[in-house]
Ligand binder design. Structure first.
Ligand SMILES: Cc1cc2nc3c(=O)[nH]c(=O)nc-3n(C[C@H](O)[C@H](O)[C@H](O)COP(=O)(O)OP(=O)(O)OC[C@H]3O[C@@H](n4cnc5c(N)ncnc54)[C@H](O)[C@@H]3O)c2cc1C
Length: 509
C-alpha cells in the first residue's frame, strides 16, 4: 500500500481553515455569516464562496473599458468571470469588482473563405454551434468547431481561452491551436490586438493565463470543415488503451476518449473502460441514432444512480454507450453533453442528506506509456482512502509549444476524476490530499496537472509542472504593475511564490 506523507501532502493551514470554516455549516451559510457585498460561488464544486463588492454585467466594448477605467481610478481591483466553472478561485476576487461577461454573447463575423469566426468572449459554445448551423443552413461544405470541453456546452469562449482548455481529440493541441487572435483591454483601458504577429508575448500569456493580463472582449476562432463521424465503441482493458489509440490514429480517426470503470466493487475498477473513437465518414452519410442520444432526464437519472448504486450505474452507462456503437453524427454534436447547474443540491434534497456535497474535478497528465503505472497508484490510493469517484475519463493531447504556462508540455494522456465530496472538513481534506498525492505520482512519471481546478499544489509542485510560473508572475506585473486584474487564485499563487523561495528546488519532471 502507498503511504502518504502528511507533511508534504497536507493542506496549507489557511486553506484548511477556510475549507473547515466553510464546511462547518454549508459553504453558503458560512459565508453569509459575514455579509459584505454580493456572494458568488463556482458552479461545479461550490467550494469557492466569495464576497465581491459589485458585479458589472458588461454588454459592450465601451462598457468594459469604462468599468476597467473606473475601477483603476478608484484604486479597486477586478476579476473577470464567464460561466463560473473554474474551481480554484480564478474568476473571483474577495472584496473586488467582478466583471461578468455573459451578456457579451454576440457572434460578430464569420469569414467563410478563411474559416475564421469572431465572437464576443461571453459567448457559450452551445450558442456558437447553434449560430453556425443557422448561418450555414444551405452551405454544402459547412464550417464547424474543432474542439470544445465535452462535459458541458455552456462554458464561455473567454473561460475556455483563459484555461487553454481541451476536448477529446486524439491528436489535437490545447485550445491555443484553435485561436487565430483576440483583443485585450489592458490595465490602462487600452484595446490591443493579440495574435501570432502582434503582441506575441501577450498572445502566449493570456491563453492559459486565467484573466491576469486584462479583459478579452472578443476572440477570433479557427474553424474546420464540419465532419461527420461514426462512433465506434469497445470495452477494453486499460493496458491496451495506448495501443488502441495508436491504431485509431493510424486509421485516420481524429477523436476518441475512454470512460473508466468507477465501480470499486468490480475487478475492472480503474482497470477497464469504454473506449469510443470516431471514424470519419462521407458528409452525405445520413445521421443515425439521434433518438438514442442521452437526454437531460437520462443524464440526471444516471448521475443520481451513480450516487446510490455504482454497480448498476456503470452497467447502464456501458449499455448506453454500446447502444450507440455505429451511430453517425457531426463530430461537434458528439462533443456535446448535458449538465444541470446545481444538480447536487437536488440530489442532496432527494436523498435527505444531512450534509451538502458536490463533485470536485481534478485532472492529471502523464505520458501515455506511464498511464498504467499512474492508474495503479490511483486505484490503490482511492481504495485505501475510500475516495468516491463519480466519473472518470481519459483523453489525449498533443504538446503545446505556444503558451507561457503550458500544461501539455509533452504528448500526454489526460486523466480526469470527479470526486464526490461532502462539505465537511474531513471529506474535503480526503479529496484535496488525493489531488496532492496524484500530482506527485504524475510528477514521478514526468507528468503534470491542470491549474483550472482547486489550487492545491504547493510551490514545488507548481514549479515542477509549470517551470515558467515565475516568468508568468513577472510578466503580469510588467503589464499590470498596479494589479488592476486579480483573482483569489492569482493572490494565492503570488503569496506562495513570495514565500519559502530558497528551499524550493523543483522536482525532476
Ligand atoms: C463539469 C466541467 C467539465 C469540464 N470539462 C472540461 C474539459 O472537457 N476540458 C477542459 O479543458 N476543461 C474542462 N473544464 C474546465 C473549464 O474548461 C474551465 O474551468 C473554464 O475556464 C471554465 O470556463 P467558464 O466560462 O466557466 O469561465 P470562468 O470559470 O468564469 O473563468 C475561468 C477563467 O477565465 C477567465 N476569463 C473568463 N472570461 C474572460 C475574459 N473575457 N477575459 C479574460 N479572462 C476571462 C476568468 O478570469 C478565470 O480566470 C470543465 C469544468 C467543469 C466544471
Amino acid at each position: 500500500m502507498i503511504s502518504t506523507n502528511n507533511s508534504s501532502c497536507g493542506l496549507s493551514r489557511r486553506d484548511f481553515l477556510r475549507m473547515a470554516a466553510i464546511a462547518g455549516l454549508s459553504p453558503w451559510q458560512a459565508a453569509l455569516a459575514e455579509h459584505r457585498g454580493t456572494l458568488v460561488n463556482d458552479v461545479h464544486s461550490a467550494l469557492n464562496p466569495t464576497w465581491v463588492t459589485e458585479i458589472h454585467h458588461v454588454e459592450s466594448l465601451s462598457d468594459s473599458v469604462q468599468a476597467i477605467t473606473r475601477a483603476r481610478k478608484s484604486g479597486q481591483s477586478l476579476a473577470i468571470c464567464g460561466s463560473r466553472h473554474a474551481a480554484g478561485g480564478q474568476q473571483f476576487l474577495t472584496d473586488g469588482v467582478l466583471l461578468d461577461t455573459t451578456q457579451m454573447n454576440k457572434i460578430l463575423h464569420l469569414d467563410q473563405e478563411s474559416a475564421l469566426l469572431t465572437v464576443q468572449s461571453g459567448t457559450r459554445w452551445v450558442d456558437i454551434e447553434a449560430s453556425l448551423n443557422k448561418i450555414q443552413l444551405r452551405e454544402p461544405k459547412p464550417l464547424g468547431i474543432n474542439q470544445k470541453q465535452t462535459g458541458l456546452n455552456t462554458l464561455t469562449i473567454g473561460g475556455t481561452l483563459s484555461a487553454n482548455a481541451h476536448g477529446h481529440g486524439l491528436l489535437l493541441k490545447p485550445f491555443v491551436a484553435d485561436v487565430d487572435s483576440f483583443k485585450l483591454i489592458n490595465a490602462d483601458g487600452e484595446l490591443i490586438n493579440c495574435s501570432r504577429h502582434e503582441n506575441v508575448d501577450l498572445f502566449s500569456a493570456v491563453i492559459g493565463g486565467y484573466g491576469a493580463f486584462g479583459f478579452v472582449p472578443q476572440v477570433t476562432l479557427k474553424l474546420i470543415h464540419r465532419q461527420k463521424v461514426r462512433r465506434m465503441v469497445q470495452m477494453i482493458p486499460l493496458q491496451k488503451l495506448g495501443q488502441c489509440v495508436e491504431q485509431s490514429i493510424s486509421k485516420g480517426f481524429r477523436y476518441g476518449h475512454c470512460q473508466m470503470n468507477i465501480d470499486e466493487s468490480s475487478p475492472g475498477y480503474l482497470n477497464e473502460g469504454i473506449y469510443s473513437t470516431y471514424e470519419p465518414v462521407d458528409i452525405d452519410t445520413p445521421i443515425t441514432g439521434s433518438e438514442k442520444q442521452m437526454t437531460a432526464d437520462g443524464w440526471t437519472d444516471l448521475v443520481s444512480l451513480v450516487h446510490s448504486d455504482k454497480t448498476k450505474a456503470y452497467k447502464d452507462y456501458v449499455a448506453f454507450y454500446q447502444s450507440t456503437d455505429g451511430f453517425i453524427n457531426w463530430s461537434d454534436v458528439w462533443q456535446n453533453s448535458h449538465y444541470v447547474n446545481g444538480y447536487h443540491q437536488t440530489l442532496d434534497r432527494l436523498s435527505a442528506s444531512k450534509e451538502s456535497a458536490t463533485e470536485v474535478l481534478s485532472e492529471f497528465f502523464v505520458p501515455i506509456p506511464q498511464l498504467e503505472t499512474f492508474l495503479s497508484h490511483a486505484r490503490e490510493y482511492f481504495l485505501a482512502h475510500k475516495q468516491n469517484i463519480i466519473f472518470s475519463t481519459i483523453r489525449f493531447i498533443e504538446k503545446d509549444d505556444e503558451t507561457l504556462l503550458p500544461w501539455a508540455r509533452e504528448r500526454y494522456a489526460c486523466i480526469i476524476f470527479n470526486f464526490h465530496t461532502a462539505h465537511t472538513p474531513s471529506a474535503i481534506e480526503v479529496t484535496m490530499l488525493s489531488g496532492k498525492f496524484l500530482i506527485d505520482r504524475a510528477i514521478d512519471v514526468k507528468g503534470s496537472f491542470y491549474l483550472t481546478y482547486q489550487h492545491l499544489a504547493d510551490k514545488k509542485q507548481v514549479l515542477t509542472c509549470y517551470p515558467s510560473f515565475e516568468n508568468y508572475l513577472a510578466l503580469k506585473l510588467k503589464h499590470d504593475p498596479n494589479e488592476v486584474f486579480q483573482s483569489d487564485w492569482y493572490r494565492w499563487h503570488k503569496k506562495m511564490f513570495a514565500q519559502e523561495s530558497s528551499d524550493c528546488v523543483p522536482q525532476k519532471a
